[in-house]
Design a binder for this molecule. Structure first.
Ligand code: ADP
Ligand code: MG
Length: 384
């Protein structure tokens, strides 16, 4: 659906003229499972957006329609509203969190359409939260500074929806910029937009089309294991607050005394933070080979130490690495399915896509979706 389709569909459904806001999905280039360890991440916004068209209404209720699901729902804007285990929780949660922060919202009619693949690890959830947030704020003529808005959107997902995610997804969906990836310090929320020159290479995202159920419980288990590691290392260095504070030298001194699984998890996080910094340093000299090597090492660490990959992701990554012009390949997102991210030299992009799609389909019987991407602009209103 393009913008005019959305405008027309809104007018047909609600008989009003809306304002329209859009927020992008994202892919994380490197820095996986570091966000909740106060560490570093390096995502970019995708050229795929969730769009929310909105108009106010007198009654204090939200009428919401998702064109992706062809489903309408209505909910009241009461302070005691809670999650229903429904897709509208992301929108309701955003309204709830904004009201809790002191922004009194009127009722509204919303029309949602997204070309971010839903539930594939490219963060359609953050795109929905952030586009909804801008839409709600427009009704009361308010804006909120980006980092604070990211915190509120994260809060909607953590506290209302009940998904204990880090802040990366919301942050990049707000702050993304064309031709730049975003280096984020997840502790201080200091960030830097780093130029990502698209003249020599492309980011190719490969969707495995699988999502294993293990995901949610394994995620919470990894978080616990990281916290255990922190607690144990605090006995040696009381100033350590998160794995972010542990140097490789310190880790090597105590590695043998940690429970083996905890040591593995810690090693991933500590080396992954180092890889993010090295990958970004590589960009300052346009050393894409070095950037790609860090991506490869990241995958191997996620597979072997953090153990959040799966067969399909490993196959996709192996197939990618065997293609000419592939500088780096790794799983991206939480793991156990979802997508891989690949850095591919420009002249090889077409053949890369063809071969990987074919080989993956032969191996799994699944037709993967591939997205050739350039870094895009973060959330904003569409001028109608
Ligand atoms: P991801 O963020 O990786 O896409 P999540 O499981 O975090 O996966 O979020 C996906 C959920 O977000 C969906 O199951 C649905 O509830 C909600 N969602 C996202 N986009 C839409 C949309 N366009 N319409 C309705 N619900 C959506
Ligand atoms: Mg999500």
């Amino acid at each position: 659906m393009n913008i005019l389709d959305i405008l027309q569909a809104f007018q047909e459904r609600y008989d009003r003229t809306p304002r329209i806001f859009q927020a992008p999905g994202r892919v994380n280039l490197i820095g996986e499972h570091t966000d909740y360890n106060d560490g570093f991440v390096f995502p970019m916004a995708l050229e795929r957006y969730t769009r929310v068209a909105i108009a106010p209404q007198k009654e204090r209720r939200l009428d919401i329609y998702s064109a992706n699901l062809d489903e309408a729902t209505t909910l009241s804007l009461n302070a005691n509203e809670t999650a229903r285990g429904h897709w509208s929780d992301y929108v309701a949660g955003m309204a709830h969190v904004l009201e809790h922060a002191g922004y009194v919202l009127p009722g509204a009619m919303l029309y949602i359409h997204s070309d971010v693949p839903v539930g594939s690890g490219l963060s359609s959830s953050a795109a929905l939260e952030v586009s909804s947030a801008l839409a709600f704020l427009s009704l009361i003529d308010q804006t909120i500074p980006g980092p604070e808005l990211a915190r509120l959107a994260q809060k909607a997902e953590n506290q209302f929806v009940g998904m204990n995610c880090g802040i990366m997804d919301q942050f990049i969906s707000i702050h993304g910029q064309a031709e730049h990836a975003l280096f984020l310090d997840c502790r201080s929320l200091d960030y830097q937009l780093v130029p990502l020159d698209s003249s020599g290479a492309r980011i190719v995202v490969c969707n495995t089309m699988v999502k294993h159920e293990l995901g949610a419980s394994a995620y919470n288990q990894r978080r616990d294991q990281c916290e255990t590691g922190v607690r144990l290392m605090q006995q040696h260095w009381p100033t350590i607050r998160a794995l972010r504070d542990v140097s490789m030298t310190q880790f090597l001194l105590v590695e043998g005394s940690l429970p083996p699984v905890v040591a593995q998890r810690c090693r991933h996080v500590i080396t992954e933070n180092e890889r993010v910094l090295d990958a970004i340093a590589a960009l300052s000299t346009t050393d894409l080979q070095r950037f790609g090597r860090n991506m490869n090492d990241s995958h191997d660490s996620l597979r072997d130490d953090y153990q959040v990959s799966c067969e399909e992701l490993d196959w996709m990554v192996e197939m990618a690495r065997s293609q000419p012009g592939c500088l780096g390949a790794r799983m991206t997102g939480g793991g156990f399915g979802g997508c891989s991210v690949n850095l591919v030299e420009l002249p090889h992009v077409d053949s890369f896509c063809r071969s990987v799609a074919q080989q993956y389909a032969e191996r799994t019987g699944l037709a993967p979706h591939l997205y050739v991407s350039v870094p895009s602009r973060g959330a904003h209103e569409i001028n109608l």
